[in-house]
Structures are given as structure tokens and as C-alpha cells.
Ligand binder design. Structure first.
Ligand SMILES: NC(=O)c1ccc[n+]([C@@H]2O[C@H](COP(=O)([O-])OP(=O)(O)OC[C@H]3O[C@@H](n4cnc5c(N)ncnc54)[C@H](O)[C@@H]3O)[C@@H](O)[C@H]2O)c1
Length: 249
């Protein structure tokens, strides 16, 4: 199954969408570096990949530590030249414009914006000299439209991830590097459950707001990441692939 030619690194690979992305990229033969602050989750993802016959490397890091990200990317690249990097780590905290406490804003921007930037920056550094590689960010429908509940900082952060994707695609295109994003709609992951969503609430939301009438599956986001980072997507850059069951339609 493995080809020994492709290697990827996924931040946020210990849970939810990031884990599904790790499994998908490993299934196509990549040696996957699973990077996350949750070491136990990282080990569980690595075990799942190994059990399925794939190859994976664990790295425990916090994406707000840009030096740690650069170090992890350089180490992964030294093992096997990195062909795909995915900036998936993210948090979602309820934040309101009426709240005078800005700590939620600071934390959200640090992880979702600065952390994504750090992954893109580190990946570009090792890919540019080879003039080859693909970077994928994870945005959200919030990259395009505000959430229906007060999630001001999250919405701002995901709009920034869209512009990070576009601006990096412009800068890195002449170097032969493609940068795209995947923008999921409402997916059933620990992040969504952490916002207090229960089965009944999610079913009501799906019926009311999502044309396909259901939440998305992490594997459906992973498939879009696999395409965006594949050779078949060789003329795709600067795009956000919206995987939302029609939410934004
Ligand atoms: N679940 C959804 O409905 C949904 C929708 C749109 C976008 N997204 C985005 O998808 C991405 C993954 O979300 P998810 O639903 O899988 O969430 P999740 O909570 O299941 O997974 C997020 C992962 O990121 C890791 N992480 C958080 N902060 C980190 C940090 N500072 N350093 C390193 N790792 C860190 C967590 O440990 C966790 O493993 C996020 O960027 C999120 O904003 C999710």
C-alpha cells in the first residue's frame, strides 16, 4: 500500500476532522505525521493508522508555539520530504461582542489564526526549495458567513484563515506550491459537542438549515483534503472547497 514517496503532516490530528484526514492520507500511502497538543489522542490516531496498515509518526505540540511547529515540520521533512501539510488544529469558544473579557478572542486568534499561519509558514519553508508541495487549511462556513449563535471570535478567525489561504496561494504559486482550504459546515465532532449540541438539537438544525438534511461526516471533509492535496488538483490553488451539505447555498 505504501509508496515511500509521499509524506504529510496534519495539525489537530488527534481528534475529529484531523483524525479522519490523517486516516485518509495514510490510506493513500502517505507517511503521516500526526501533530496535536493531545498526546493521548495522537497515539490513538497513530494506532488506528497502523492497524489499517498505514504509516504514521506522532508529534505532541501546541500550534501556538511557532518554533515547535517549525521543528516538527523540519523533522518530518528530514524523514521523508513533506508533500502535504494540513493546518486543522482549531478551537471554538462562544464569544460575544457584548463581552468585555477579550481572553476568548485572544485564545481563538492564537490557535486558529496564528497556529494555522505557523503551519503554513513552516511547510512553505521546506517546500519552496523543492518547488513542490501542497498546503491545505481548514476554514469553515464561518469563513464566509457569521454563525447563528454568538461566535464572534471564531467567525473572525475562520475569515482570516480564508484570507491566509488566498494570500499564501498568491505568494507561493510562483514557487510551485499550491495552497487551498476546506471549509466544513456542521460536522459531528467533539468540537461541535463541546459547544453544547445534543442529538435532538443537531437533528433540528440539520432539518432546518442543511439542504442535505444531515450533519457532515469527518470522512467527507477528509476526502476534500485528499483531493485538494492530490496530483489531480494540480491547477487548483487559492480556493476554499466548501463541504457543508448546501448550508451556504
Ligand atoms: N466540527 C465542525 O462542525 C467544524 C466545522 C467547521 C470547521 N471546523 C474546523 O475543523 C477543525 C477541526 O475541528 P474538529 O471539529 O475536528 O474539532 P476537535 O475538537 O475534534 O479537534 C480539534 C483538535 O485540535 C487540537 N488542538 C486544539 N488546539 C490546539 C493547539 N493549540 N495546538 C495543537 N492542537 C490543538 C485538539 O487537541 C483536537 O485534537 C477546526 O479548525 C475547526 O474549527 C469544524
Amino acid at each position: 500500500m505504501t509508496t515511500d514517496t509521499e509524506a504529510s503532516l496534519v495539525s489537530g490530528g488527534a481528534s475529529g476532522l484531523g483524525r479522519a484526514i490523517c486516516l485518509r492520507l495514510a490510506a493513500r500511502g502517505d507517511l503521516v505525521t500526526v501533530a496535536d497538543r493531545d498526546g493521548t489522542g495522537v497515539a490513538a490516531t497513530v494506532d488506528l493508522i497502523t492497524a489499517a496498515g498505514g504509516r504514521a509518526r506522532p508529534v505532541t505540540l501546541d500550534v501556538t508555539d511557532a518554533d515547535a511547529v517549525r521543528h516538527a515540520v523540519a523533522e518530518a521533512d528530514a524523514e521523508l520530504p513533506l508533500t502535504t501539510a494540513v493546518a486543522c488544529a482549531g478551537i471554538a469558544l462562544p464569544t460575544s461582542v457584548l463581552d468585555p473579557d477579550l481572553s476568548g478572542l485572544d485564545r481563538t486568534l492564537a490557535v486558529n489564526v496564528r497556529g494555522s499561519y505557523a503551519v503554513v509558514q513552516a511547510a512553505a519553508t521546506v517546500m519552496v526549495p523543492r518547488r513542490s508541495g501542497s498546503i491545505v487549511t481548514i476554514g469553515s462556513t464561518s469563513s464566509f458567513t457569521a454563525s447563528s449563535t454568538p461566535m464572534l471570535a471564531y467567525d473572525m478567525s475562520k475569515a482570516a484563515v480564508r484570507m491566509l489561504t488566498q494570500a499564501a496561494a498568491r505568494e507561493l504559486g510562483p514557487h510551485g506550491i499550491r495552497v487551498n482550504g476546506v471549509a466544513p459546515g456542521t460536522m459531528d465532532t467533539p468540537l461541535m459537542r463541546g459547544l453544547g449540541a445534543d442529538d435532538a438539537g443537531l437533528s433540528t438544525l440539520a432539518a432546518a438549515r442543511i439542504p442535505l438534511g444531515r450533519l457532515g461526516l469527518p470522512a467527507e471533509v477528509a476526502e476534500a483534503v485528499a483531493f485538494a492535496s492530490s496530483a489531480e488538483a494540480s491547477y487548483l490553488t487559492g480556493q476554499m472547497l466548501v463541504v457543508d451539505g448546501g448550508w451556504l447555498a
